[in-house]
Design a protein around this ligand. Structure first.
Ligand SMILES: Nc1ncnc2c1ncn2[C@@H]1O[C@H](COP(=O)(O)OP(=O)(O)O)[C@@H](O)[C@H]1O
Ligand SMILES: CC(=O)N[C@@H](CCC(=O)OP(=O)(O)O)C(=O)O
Length: 312
C-alpha cells in the first residue's frame, strides 16, 4: 500500500467470535461444522445478499477474512454485492489537505472540493483496495469487479438539500447491472457516488445506498458490518447487545437517547429495507474476522437481526 494514500483508520479488533483455531478441531468436528452449514446453504443458495462494510470496520486483517467469506459464499451459490463506506478515511484525507470535516444530521456537507476528495478516497482508494483483497484471495479466478454508482446510471440521485452541497438521495437503482454481473459469476464492489439527471456526481450515505440497492435487487438479506457488536442498549457497554427487533420495536428504538451518531442512519436504513421487502436486516461486528460467515452459515446468529414480525 502506498504511504501517501495510506488512510487506514485503526479498527479495534475484537477476538470475540473469531472462531476456534482449526488445529483444535478434530476431523469429525470439522465435518460437523460443514454439515451444520447445509440448511443455511440450502436457504440462501441462489439468493442475493447485500453486504455493507462501514469505514470504521475497514482493516486489512478483517477485510481479508471478509474477502474469504464472500468467496466461500459465492462458491455455494450465495450472490453477494459488497457496498462500502469510508467516512473516517474521507475525514483523514480532508484533514490532511487542511479541510475540517462537517456533518449535518449524520451527512457530510459536501462542497465541490470535498466531493473530489470523497470520490478519490471511496472510488480511487477503498474500492481498489477491496477489489485487490478479494481478487488476491481468489487467486486464479479474480471475480471482484469495482463499480461506482456513477457508472452506467447505477445510482441515480436527486440533490437532498442544497445547503448540504452535492449530497444525493437515491431516486433509482439500476439493479439489472448488478444482477447481470452476479449472473456472470462476478462479485460487484460498489462505491456510493451517485449522479443526478444532469450527470453531476453526488455523495451518497453508504447505509442509504446499500438499503436502496438491496430493495431494488430483491435481496434476501442486508448485512451491515460496523465497528460495534450490533445495536447496544448502552453504547458504552459492548455486552448490552439487542439480538432481535421487529420493525415496530425498531421504530421506537431509533428515537431512544441510547442511539446516537452513525447508528441512527443505519437503523433507519434497516427499517426501510425490511419495509421495502428485504426479509432480514442485520447489524454485525465487522471487526470480528468471518463475522459474515458466522451470521449466514452457522446457528450462532451474531449482532442484531431485524425482521418485519417476530417470526424468529
Ligand atoms: N446504541 C448504539 N449501539 C451501537 N452503536 C452505537 C449506538 N449509538 C451510537 N453508536 C455508534 O454508532 C457507530 C456506528 O455508526 P458509524 O460509525 O457511522 O458506522 P459505519 O462506519 O459502519 O457506517 C458505532 O460504532 C457506535 O460508536
Ligand atoms: C453523504 C455522506 O455523508 N456520505 C458519506 C459516504 C461514506 C459513508 O457513508 O461511509 P461510512 O459508511 O463509513 O459512514 C461520507 O461522505 O462520509
Amino acid at each position: 500500500m502506498s504511504e501517501i494514500l495510506s488512510l487506514d483508520v485503526p479498527a479495534t479488533a475484537s477476538s470475540a467470535g473469531a472462531g476456534l483455531a482449526t488445529s483444535m478441531v478434530s476431523p469429525t468436528g470439522t465435518a460437523e461444522i460443514l454439515v451444520e452449514a447445509l440448511p443455511y446453504i440450502q436457504q440462501f443458495a441462489g439468493k442475493s445478499v447485500v453486504v455493507k462494510l462501514g469505514g470504521a470496520a475497514i482493516d486489512p486483517e478483517s477485510d481479508r477474512a471478509l474477502a474469504q467469506d464472500v468467496l466461500l459464499l459465492r462458491s455455494v451459490g450465495v450472490r453477494c454485492v459488497l457496498v462500502h463506506g469510508g467516512g473516517p478515511q474521507v475525514d483523514a484525507m480532508l484533514r490532511r489537505v487542511g479541510k475540517q470535516p462537517e456533518f449535518r444530521d449524520g451527512l457530510r456537507v459536501t462542497d465541490a472540493e470535498t466531493l473530489e476528495i470523497v470520490r478519490m478516497v471511496l472510488v480511487g482508494k477503498i474500492n481498489r483496495d477491496l477489489v485487490a483483497t478479494i481478487n488476491g484471495e481468489a487467486g486464479v479466478e479474480p471475480v471482484a469487479l469495482g463499480v461506482s454508482g456513477e457508472d452506467a446510471g447505477l445510482l441515480k440521485v436527486v440533490t437532498r438539500d442544497p445547503s448540504l452541497g452535492f449530497v444525493g438521495d437515491v431516486s433509482q437503482v439500476n439493479a439489472d447491472h448488478l444482477l447481470r454481473l452476479l449472473d456472470s459469476g462476478l462479485v460487484p464492489v460498489v462505491s456510493t457516488i451517485g449522479s443526478d439527471a444532469a450527470g453531476q456526481p453526488h455523495n451518497v450515505n453508504a447505509d442509504e445506498a446499500a438499503k436502496a440497492i438491496a430493495i431494488a435487487m430483491g435481496a434476501e438479506k442486508i448485512v451491515y458490518l460496523t465497528a460495534a457488536p450490533g445495536l447496544l442498549e448502552d453504547p458504552k457497554d459492548e455486552t448490552s447487545l439487542v439480538p432481535r427487533l421487529t420493525v415496530s420495536e425498531l421504530r421506537e428504538r431509533i428515537a431512544h437517547d441510547s442511539v446516537g451518531g452513525g447508528m441512527i442512519p443505519k437503523l433507519t436504513a434497516c427499517l426501510e429495507a425490511v419495509e421495502g421487502g428485504v426479509p432480514y436486516a442485520h447489524i454485525i461486528d465487522g471487526r470480528v474476522p468471518h463475522a459474515l460467515l458466522i451470521e449466514l452459515l452457522t446457528r450462532h446468529g451474531i449482532g442484531t437481526m431485524i425482521r418485519a414480525e417476530a417470526n424468529w
